[in-house]
Design a protein around this ligand. Structure first.
Ligand code: SF4
Ligand code: SF4
Ligand code: SF4
Ligand code: FES
Length: 944
């Protein structure tokens, strides 16, 4: 699917209802009321010249190139700022207009370098196009007057350059940064002829507030802001539509190509999750796919102490199958299992879980969602009936009060954060519930109405206090509850929530947040016409993660905030396909579509298509796999694209489990931390080589299309299929599309989905079936999926992880914008310029007490282990709380996290660890070991 240049209508589409009849250049046209003349003309097939207008930005009216004549009106109004009116007769081409436009262009060109032929934008420059469109033949003002032709180029950003000599000061970049991205990093400095674009306070782009989202580059009509990859490689020749492989926003991109080389990733304007916007990761950080450290040959070794041996695909697959079969013969059918990956496509995930169930003959399959959003699946299923978020991202534009709990959208879901900030700038209210002062608490033109900096681990009493206020202050939507919810359960819940221990005053003592702030924030949400809750891992990764998810669902139901645009309970999913990997049946107790493996009818439908008898017993979850491995009962594992050794908590325990396996098969791009314990390494593919689908946080099924052949010679689903065949279970898919057809056949919520359908409609939100052929943007519209919404009591049970004299601080963890998860991809890109190692944030008072300054190396120790890292002193964290990220294996943040986990789903409690911080005397044992491993990996890469 190639679409190199998308049409630009000059101004955004009108949102007004109705049409008006007008006449353009003598021809009748019917256009949407409220359209600008420019938009109406373009939609009617008439191009009006323009420079300062583009359809992603509000009209500005500065360049005066788009002038038109309107019958009965004096002068020459700008078509980009003048709305159509019924009966208007417009002329876009007259001799007077042509003369005016040529004059404008002459002025621009007289201060522009005449190097079009060698310019990197040649062929993709609106200034060049407009000079042609207005018929510019001469420049009467000459080129010798004052000009800007010798200003220095800013090349500080690793991904793009700013060449002020080519700037026409149209302000499109400034407006894109303000309106689309919401960072306000650019200004126009000076006046008249001396005006120029400036990043922050005259800093370089790298030193400025810029977050490298690329919106300004996208908007720039000249070569002033230009991707370095285009300067180096030239303009693209064709493009392929695909989906970002980083976070759960699921942005659509055009992979712009020269032959089989990607030269640029451009956000797709019709992408329904991102509407043409992007963040630094999806836009620029794709270089890891061709990084020299990618392993392209299968490797095997008898023992993890042996050197790796490069082998053929056939040998690696036969060897893996033989060892798995030997283990099952010796230790029993349940001694092996597999892990699916939230970074792989649905099709790749589906057949890994099928391999486990049908070829291994057990249900020992789990996925990395276990360690992030499994409580979402559980909590929303119990209360509402579906393990997924309730709204599309666009719904936020109808929200009046937005509650962000335990999520940091500007860092972890940046494109959605930009949309949310747009709504906040329009006047929506914001409540942030988070121990840290995240970016949303105060950013340009956005300020939270309430920031409730609660102590990590106290989400449940906080949500209970919100509900207490709603009930005691008469803010329950009684009619909604009576009509839509289980009223008996509601009555019991109401009685529970009215207990004094749930009052803001009582909860204030637990959370550390003043009661009045809790009360006022709860009132604000309770009184909202449209109240929307967005949450992240700061909710789920707790020992009461599932309780908190149910608490939010309770609150939303009590206030009638589910089933309408602008409302809802919305998990912000971390990885690109975490929703999909769960939907595909990756949990040990559920087949695709969250249907119990213990249900005879459900299992029967799969058995019929798969031609095997399936085990009705749920299998091991990841933590059970580790425990069973250490106990000597679990001996073999097939891991698809997850670095368990780095991402799972309590690293020493994980390493002990992995080290006791007799056959570990790792399928990944790089020799990661888990591969240290592997016997077989099967090279995987990057998203640029995959054909399939991802599902984002709003249940949107997006197509992923290959732009190049698998670099290691085999599609990942084909690897799994061959392994299944070698294990004695036949799989005979000829393509990814056939796998999706089987998913659709076996999963009622996907029955309307196929590659052909997705290629026709772009994307669709499940459920997509005969009842909802075009998908379901908003869930639970008339009824809850489970029938009546179920209120569940959410009593607070404090975590067993407690601070003490020895470990007096609480460590909580999170993400940063430029890095992604365990950093395997982003650490292999230029993004390291912004964040090259994990830092420990510590409050000034805690730092002073310990004699720690910013930049010092400190030791971070918990009951589980210790690591060293660099400290940064900041008031972003409150006293008593420290914070770090987990992007760097060398830091080993999970060496210190504990084995505590969510009571319902075993999601680890990453967000609460009692720790001590002291100035570091030595490097930690972990870091010594890591260095040794890196040396070994260097040797491996040299030999493979
Ligand atoms: S950098 Fe580009 S978009 Fe910005 S003012 Fe200059 S020409 Fe316009
Ligand atoms: S890249 Fe994004 S954040 Fe940076 S200046 Fe451009 S629009 Fe603003
Ligand atoms: S917001 Fe997420 S999906 Fe979109 S470009 Fe950034 S990382 Fe990719
Ligand atoms: S495009 Fe209308 S004034 Fe610039």
């Amino acid at each position: 699917m190639s679409l190199l240049k998308e049409p630009d209508y000059g101004t955004p589409a009108s949102t007004r209802a109705g049409t008006v009849a007008i006449e353009i250049d003598g021809l009748p046209a019917t256009v949407r009321a409220g359209s600008t003349i420019m938009r109406a003309a373009r939609e009617s097939g008439v191009d009006v010249p323009k420079l300062c207008a583009t359809d992603s930005l509000k009209p500005f009216g500065s360049c005066r190139l788009c002038l038109v004549e309107i019958e009965g009106r004096k002068g020459y109004p700008a078509s980009c700022t003048t709305p159509v009116e019924p009966g208007m007769k417009i002329r876009t081409q007259t001799p007077a207009l042509a003369k005016l436009r040529r004059n404008v262009m002459e002025l621009y060109i007289s201060d522009h370098p005449l190097d079009c032929l060698t310019c990197s934008a040649n062929g993709d420059c609106e200034l060049q196009d407009m000079a042609g469109a207005v018929g510019l033949r001469e420049v009467r003002y000459g080129f010798d007057g004052s000009n800007h032709l010798f200003e220095a180029i800013d090349e500080s950003n690793p991904y793009f350059t700013f060449d002020p000599t080519k700037c026409i000061v149209c302000s499109r970049c400034v407006r894109a940064c303000d309106e689309v991205q919401g960072t306000f990093a650019l200004t126009i400095e000076g006046r008249g002829f001396n005006s120029k674009v400036s990043a922050s306070m005259g800093e370089t782009f790298l030193d400025s507030e810029c977050v490298s989202c690329g919106a300004c580059i996208q908007a720039c009509p000249t070569a002033t802001l230009m991707e370095k990859s285009i300067i180096d490689n030239g303009q693209p020749e064709h493009s392929v539509l695909t989906t970002c492989a980083y976070c759960g926003v699921g942005c659509s991109f055009k992979a712009e190509m020269k032959g089989d080389q990607v030269v640029r990733m451009t956000p797709y304007k019709d992408g329904q999750a991102n509407h043409g916007h992007s963040c630094v990761k999806g836009r620029f950080a794709w270089g890891y796919s061709t990084h020299r450290e990618r392993v392209l040959d299968p490797l095997i070794r008898e023992s993890i102490h042996d050197p790796w041996r490069k082998v053929s695909w056939d040998e690696a697959i036969q060897y893996s199958a033989k060892r798995f079969k030997e283990i099952q013969a010796k230790y029993g059918r349940k001694a092996v299992g597999g892990i699916t990956s939230s970074r792989c496509t649905n099709e790749e995930v589906f057949i890994v879980q099928k391999l486990v169930r049908a070829a291994f003959g057990n249900n020992n399959v789990d996925t990395c969602a276990r360690v992030c959003h499994s409580p979402t699946g559980y909590g929303l299923k119990q209360t509402l009936g579906t393990s997924a978020g309730t709204q599309p991202f666009d719904s936020v534009m109808d929200a009046d009060v937005i509650v962000v709990i335990g999520a940091n959208p500007t860092e972890a879901h940046p494109v959605f954060a930009s949309q949310m900030k747009r709504r906040l700038r329009e006047g929506a209210k914001l409540i942030v519930v988070d121990p840290r002062k995240i970016g949303l608490v105060r950013s340009p033109r956005v300020k939270a109405d309430y920031h409730l900096p609660l102590l990590p681990g106290t989400n449940v009493p906080m949500i209970n206090a919100f509900a207490h206020v709603v009930v005691t202050e008469g803010l329950v939507d009684e009619a909604y509850v009576a009509e839509r919810c289980d009223t008996e359960a509601f009555a019991a819940w109401k009685e529970f929530i009215l207990r004094p221990e749930n009052s803001p005053e009582a909860v204030s003592k637990i959370t550390g947040v003043p009661a009045e702030d809790i009360r006022s924030a709860a009132r604000l949400y309770g009184e909202a016409e449209n109240g929307a809750i967005y949450y992240g891992l700061g909710v789920t990764e707790h020992s009461q993660g599932s309780t908190m998810v149910m608490g939010m669902a309770n609150l939303a139901m009590a206030t009638g905030n589910i089933g309408y645009s602008g409302r809802g309970v919305n998990p912000l999913r971390g990885q690109n396909n975490v929703q999909g990997s769960c939907d595909m049946g990756s949990f040990p107790h559920e087949l695709a579509g969250y249907r119990p493996v213990s249900d005879d009818a459900v299992r029967g439908s799969f058995e019929q298509v798969w031609g095997v008898t399936l085990d009705p017993e749920p299998g091991y979850r990841i933590p059970n796999m580790f425990d069973a491995a250490i106990a000597g009962q679990y001996k073999g594992m097939y891991v698809q694209g997850e670095d368990l050794a780095q991402s799972d908590p309590n690293t020493k325990h994980v390493e002990a489990a992995l080290g006791s396996l007799e056959c570990l098969v790792v399928q990944d791009l790089f020799l990661n931390e888990t591969a240290k314990f592997a016997h077989v390494f099967l090279p995987g593919t990057s998203f640029l080589e995959k054909d399939g689908t991802f599902i984002n946080a709003e249940r949107r099924i997006n197509r992923v299309r290959p732009v190049m052949k698998p670099r290691q010679g085999k599609a990942e689903w084909a690897i799994t299929q061959e392994l299944a065949q070698a294990l004695g279970y036949p799989m005979n898919y000829a393509s990814e599309a056939q796998i999706m057809d089987e998913i659709a056949k076996l999963t009622p919520t996907f029955s309307g989905v196929s590659f052909k359908f997705l290629d026709e409609v772009g994307s669709v939100q499940w459920p997509c079936n005969e009842k909802a052929p075009m998908g379901t943007p908003i869930m639970h519209i008339d009824n809850f999926v489970r029938g009546k919404g179920l209120f569940i009591e959410t009593a607070y049970v404090p975590t067993d992880e407690r601070t003490s004299r020895k470990f007096p601080l609480i460590l909580t963890t999170g993400r940063t914008l430029s890095q992604y998860n365990v950093g395997a991809q982003t650490r292999r890109t230029e993004n390291v310029i912004w964040y090259h190692e994990d830092l420990l944030e510590i409050h000034p008072s805690d730092a002073e007490l310990r004699g720690i300054r910013t930049g010092d190396r400190v030791s971070l120790s918990s009951r589980k282990g210790d690591i060293t890292l660099e400290a940064i002193i900041t008031e972003r964290v409150p006293p008593g709380v420290v914070y770090t990220t987990f992007h760097d294996p060398e830091t080993g943040a999970n060496v210190v996290t504990t084995e505590y986990s969510d009571w319902a789903t075993n999601c680890p409690e990453y967000k609460v660890t009692a720790v001590q911080v002291t100035p570091a005397v030595h490097r930690s044992e972990w870091q010594h070991q890591f260095e040794e491993r890196m040396k070994e990996q260097g040797r491996i890469l040299e030999t493979t």
